[in-house]
Design a protein around this ligand. Structure first.
Ligand SMILES: Nc1ncnc2c1ncn2[C@@H]1O[C@H](COP(=O)(O)OP(=O)(O)O)[C@@H](O)[C@H]1O
Ligand SMILES: [Mg+2]
Length: 484
């Protein structure tokens, strides 16, 4: 048993620099916005200026204009329609107009700053909102348009979907979230499964004691890993039932009273969902959905990132189970709609500029995401590795989790007990299969597959159901033949 120590933030993270605000430039832009809109017959008054790290938000109130029907206020959508004329006048590449800004009586015109200020992770981690946040899985998100630190908690979400084009800031975001977890949680509190088919983004974490298994880079092991999670989830439900606990918090509270070990939160991070959805869409969607739906009570959380926010990757079913979402810059408003159900992300500037949709918020909030450097991550990894003192990182996990590699890509026959949907009992082919194996006097997955001409997945499920019903025995030896 290792008595884990948490790191000291000051030794791990670099401090940030003060934001550079060019006040004269901002005032000049404010005047330019009023002049430009007035010249298009939409006079406004700038009533508020918010200086964010990446953008400045000019809050404008519509003024009155004389029309044939008398004095009326400038229509809000008239202002929205002038977005391109404004961009031209301000020589700004991308302007976003929010009409109206939730909670305010003004229209927000968001203009990129001439110079973006880096939001250092340490600035948020040491900020008051972060210190006050008592959630175990809290993390630093970034700064909003007024420059306030914004934090969030994965346990409250309970899953997070991140989308954006290449270079928009997904990996930096995932790394900053992981860094927060590794700053605040020992391996007794949090365990991780990291999936990185690209092999570049997350492999740096190999060797830290929080990992349940080495970073999963082979695509055909990913479903195995997810299915291991669903089994773990079922196991936890049983453990909770035995002591009458409702969820992980309840269970851990009881274990504490008894002086027993608590259960760690389990977090699955997938950097690039599209790679999985290309190869096994059905399997991936099904496993992710099942995990997402039942995981909250058992303390299992998912963070999924993708650069392809299209409906075949971020399906309706996946979306429905991921109410917390981050959109970084995307190519089109169609992509934005897939992630956020509204346009806007196509006007983001990249490099950590994001729209964050909290599960309970009425509208997404524009934030500049925190930045964490490779050097800082390296510090964290070395800190945790050092505490192992040469012991195997996975030994701490009460025996390494062996993520099996299947011969059939992405399909795990051994795990179908947990995977089978509840209705496999009612598969119309079940009766036929039972008949067949009774006639034959023996059964195996491959035999049924051949004789009944059905797919492997369905077939394996039927065999498992028959085993559950006591019709066939467990597979014997290497032949996979089963007794009746
Ligand atoms: N929050 C941020 N603040 C500042 N720069 C950032 C931020 N996020 C990303 N960047 C810049 O953008 C680059 C690409 O980010 P990355 O996270 O690797 O993109 P993605 O994973 O979406 O392809 C980074 O190397 C960094 O230079
Ligand atoms: Mg990336």
């Amino acid at each position: 048993m290792i008595n884990w120590q948490l790191p000291d933030v000051k030794q791990i993270l670099d401090s940030g620099s003060a934001p550079a605000v060019n006040e004269e430039f901002i005032q000049q832009r404010s005047r330019l916005i009023q002049e430009t809109l007035a010249s298009f017959g939409a006079p406004v008054q700038v009533v508020e200026i918010n200086r964010g790290p990446t953008i400045t938000q000019f809050g404008v109130e519509p003024l009155f204009v004389e029309t044939r029907s008398g004095r009326t206020k400038v229509r809000v959508n008239k202002i929205s329609s002038l977005v391109d004329d404004l961009a031209l006048a301000l020589a700004a590449p991308r302007i976003r107009i929010q009409a109206p800004v939730p909670g305010h009586s003004y229209v927000g015109i968001e203009v990129p700053n001439d110079e973006m200020t880096l939001v250092a992770l340490r600035d948020i981690v040491e900020s008051e909102p972060f210190q006050r946040n008592t959630h175990g899985l809290k993390f630093a998100l970034g700064k909003d348009v007024t420059g306030h630190p914004i934090t969030a908690s994965l346990d409250a979400m309970p899953h997070l979907l991140i989308a954006g084009t290449t270079g928009s800031g997904k990996s930096v975001c995932v790394n900053s979230i992981l860094s927060c977890f590794l700053l605040n949680n020992t391996p007794d509190d949090v365990r991780l499964i990291l999936v990185d088919p690209k092999r570049v983004e997350l492999t740096g974490y190999n060797g830290i004691p929080h990992l349940l298994a080495p970073v999963v880079v082979e695509i055909d092991r990913v479903i195995g890993a997810l299915q291991w999670m669903t089994r773990e989830m079922d196991k936890r439900y049983h453990m909770f039932a035995q002591v009458g606990a409702r969820n992980i918090t309840d269970y851990n509270a009881r274990m504490k009273l008894q002086g027993s070990k608590r259960l760690p939160f389990l977090i699955v991070v997938i950097d690039e969902l599209a790679d999985l959805m290309m190869i096994a869409p059905g399997e991936t969607e099904q496993t992710i959905t099942r995990l997402a739906q039942l995981a909250r009570a058992t303390g299992i959380h998912m963070i999924i990132a993708t650069q392809r926010p299209s409906v075949d990757v971020v399906t309706g079913l996946i979306k429905a189970n991921f109410p917390a979402r981050i959109a970084f810059a995307v190519a089109s408003n169609t992509d934005s709609r897939v992630i956020l159900d509204q346009p806007g992300a196509e006007r983001l500037l990249g490099r950590g500029d994001m729209l964050f949709q909290a599960p309970d918020a009425p509208a997404p909030a524009r934030l500049q995401g925190v930045f964490v450097s490779d050097h800082e991550i390296q510090n964290l990894v070395e800190f945790w590795r050092a505490q192992l003192g040469g012991a195997s990182p996975y030994a701490a996990a009460a025996g390494p989790v062996d993520i099996p590699k299947s011969d059939i890509p992405l399909k795990q026959s051994a795990m179908f007990e947990e995977m089978a949907p509840v209705d496999s009992n009612t598969d119309p082919l079940l009766a036929e299969a039972i008949d067949l194996v009774r006639r034959e006097g023996r059964a195996s997955v491959s035999m049924l597959q051949r004789r009944m001409r059905i797919g492997y997945t369905r077939d394996a499920r039927i065999v498992d159901t028959m085993e559950d019903k006591g019709i066939v025995g467990p597979p014997a030896g290497t032949t996979q033949m089963r007794k009746i």
